[in-house]
Design a protein around this ligand. Structure first.
Ligand code: AGP
Length: 615
């Protein structure tokens, strides 16, 4: 949710921090701020709204100094006004803090500190952290920022990512991670080091990164980084080499990241498949899953946990895994899983799907699975993220950085990962013949080209957007393996255009939503030539009989559908099993084109954040 960037080195800190915050803009925020130390003085600039407002402040009142921290805030406690923007300074002016998370016991702590004579200058929960650090620096920590921070955070309830700077130890930053309130990544440079809540913020500076684990603190100076537990025990960290390059995190010729990411999909899907298939011998290779053939055979159930778009991707995965690996699959919301005491037997595997690897609800579901000793896997895009680290096995999406808040290429990449997983399980459980497996591998090989072809519908979709962008409601219908695609199409549209949209399994239409149908509510029907084609045609007829307007997603060459639907968007012919990946393309484009027509902020839709790190 909130974004954090820190710098210690010999360059000017402010431009590096502002640049890093700019690369985190996709996370969503309502104010931003930066603090730089220079000549024993902490200088702070903060402003509400876009980062450009803060940049302007820094131009008007420049900041010198080569140690600093910055923050983009997504308000939880206290309105999005300047006084609540981070960084927050202790009453004595000695310490400054940026924070991601919620201090669950902040009321008690605030009352306790107020009784001690502390005066608060914001309504935030974060301010209690900096006041506590200052209290412990005076009492017990002997002014040492690492020690004072370690002591202070032991009094906080909740999950936190915190970075602290001290006026009296101006050569260092201290970062702490407690629970799953978003990551803390330490970037290692030459005579300079970086901190960020997410890789893209600092990928242009370095690719060598350390990810703080739950319960660890890092003291970062320009020439050294030391990691310890909150109890003070030294930790030797693993240094990860991050493969993403900075170029792939840039918008290039596209007007928005979302559009770039939609058009990235032929490439990203190729990267998802690359190295996972031995086409010559007809085998799927997933070494990072850490799954032996013996364990694969023993499995009796798989539970998929995820949120939002990743949840819809899991609904598609259920079709693959049940059909190919003959393994019963249940899909649950990450946010619900821990509240229903799930039954997880010895032979149950839990698969978390998460682009960011940071979604707090999905991580909580993983924790529940871990406690119940289930086999735990993840499908993640963010390399080194918590969801990747806590799982016993994982499959990376390899989609590259996804910056647009509305997920697109991670949806298709995670579906492809689940197709690979289903094939792998089928291969290891011997539920598929060699010939069948080879046929599926051919489908995979075709997929990037088919997606490329589906993208050719963009100009037609733009024309439809011009026609429909002023509608208030939309209904999306799909059936069988494409019903989750209808749900995803509706989610995309509402997220970025703020049009009310509902997605339904088409057969459910007559059980309620049919009451809504009239000439003002377009119905998008996924009607490609597959097993449920005739059923979808009869749904279209039911809509038409009630004066509804139908936009059909149909298979190239299907001329008959043009006589039934009002508008048709054609996609290439494909085997049914991979059709969700192809059919979602025009829906992504439609949501995008409508949002652009409505003048919406496509990459940073209101109220949304890229990584949802609060419950
Ligand atoms: C997708 O467009 C959304 N922004 C959102 O639903 C997202 O998919 C969800 O928050 C889960 O995120 P994750 O995949 O990073 O866990």
């Amino acid at each position: 949710m909130c974004g954090i960037v820190g710098y210690v080195g010999d360059q000017k800190a402010a431009p590096i921090i502002l640049d890093g915050l700019g690369r985190l803009e996709y996370r969503g925020y309502d104010s931003a701020g930066v603090a730089i130390i220079h000549d024993d003085r902490i200088q702070i600039r903060r402003d509400v709204g876009k980062l450009s407002n803060l940049r302007k402040r820094v131009v008007d009142a420049p900041l010198t100094g080569s140690v600093g921290i910055g923050h983009t805030r997504w308000a939880t406690h206290g309105a999005p006004v300047e006084q609540n923007a981070h960084p927050h300074v202790s009453m004595d002016g000695e310490f400054v803090v940026v924070h991601n998370g919620i201090v669950e016991n902040y009321r008690e702590l605030r009352d306790e500190l107020t009784a001690e004579g502390v005066h608060f200058s914001s309504d935030t929960d974060t301010e209690v952290i900096v006041q506590l650090i200052s209290r412990f620096a005076r009492n017990g920590a002997n002014g040492d920022v690492t020690e004072a921070t370690r002591r202070a955070v032991q009094h906080l309830r909740g999950a936190h990512a915190i970075v602290v700077m001290s006026r009296t130890q101006p050569d260092r930053l201290v970062a702490v991670r407690i629970g799953n309130a978003g990551g803390i990544t330490v970037g290692l440079g030459e005579s300079e080091n970086f901190i960020a809540s997410d890789i893209p913020a600092i990928i242009e500076q370095t690719r060598r990164m350390i990810f703080l684990e739950d319960g660890q603190a890092a003291t970062i100076q320009s020439d050294q980084v030391s990691i310890q537990t909150l109890q003070g025990r030294p930790v030797t960290p693993t240094v990860h080499q991050i493969p993403w390059d900075a170029v792939s995190a840039a918008k290039g010729e596209y007007q928005h990241f979302m559009l770039k990411e939609i058009f990235d999909q032929p490439r990203s899907i190729t990267d998802t498949i690359r190295g996972r298939v031995d086409f010559e011998h007809g085998r799927v290779l997933l070494p990072d899953l850490n799954l032996s053939g013996e364990t694969a055979k023993m499995l009796s159930r798989l539970v998929i946990v995820a949120c939002g778009t990743s949840y819809y991707s899991g609904l598609v995965g259920k079709f693959f895994i049940e059909q190919l690996a003959k393994l019963p699959v249940e899909v649950d919301y990450g946010s619900e899983f821990r509240y229903r005491d799930p039954l997880l037997g010895e032979n149950t595997a839990v698969l978390a799907i998460t682009q960011s690897g940071e979604t707090v609800d999905t991580l909580a579901a993983m924790e529940t699975a871990q406690k119940k000793k289930a086999l735990l896997w993840s499908i993640v895009n963010a390399i080194g993220s918590q969801a990747m680290r806590v799982a016993t096995g994982y499959i990376t999406m390899n989609a590259g950085p996804e910056i647009g808040v509305a997920s697109t290429k991670a949806f298709t990449a995670s579906i492809v990962d689940q197709y690979l997983l289903a094939l792998y399980l089928a291969q290891e459980r011997s539920t598929i013949s060699h010939g069948e497996l080879s046929a599926h591998l051919q489908h995979l090989a075709q997929l990037p080209d088919l997606v490329g072809h589906a993208l050719e519908s963009y100009s037609q979709v733009q024309a439809l957007a011009a026609h429909f962008h002023n509608r208030r409601d939309f209904l999306f219908l799909g059936r069988g393996i494409n019903y989750p695609v209808a749900l995803e199409g509706a989610l995309k549209l509402k997220e970025i255009s703020y049009i009310h949209a509902e997605g339904y399994p088409a057969g459910e239409m007559k059980h309620g939503p049919i009451a809504l149908i009239d000439e003002n509510m377009p119905v998008v029907a996924i009607t490609t030539k597959h097993t449920v084609y005739d059923k979808m045609i009869s749904q279209i007829e039911q809509v038409k009989a009630r004066g509804g307007v139908v936009i059909a997603i149909a298979t190239e060459g299907d001329l008959a559908i043009a006589r039934k639907a009002d508008h048709v968007i054609y996609v290439p012919t494909s085997p049914e099993i991979i059709s969700p990946v192809i059919n979602v393309i025009p829906l992504q484009l439609l949501a995008y084109a409508i949002a652009v027509r409505r003048g919406a902020d496509v990459d940073q839709p209101r109220n949304l954040a890229k990584s949802v790190t609060v419950e």
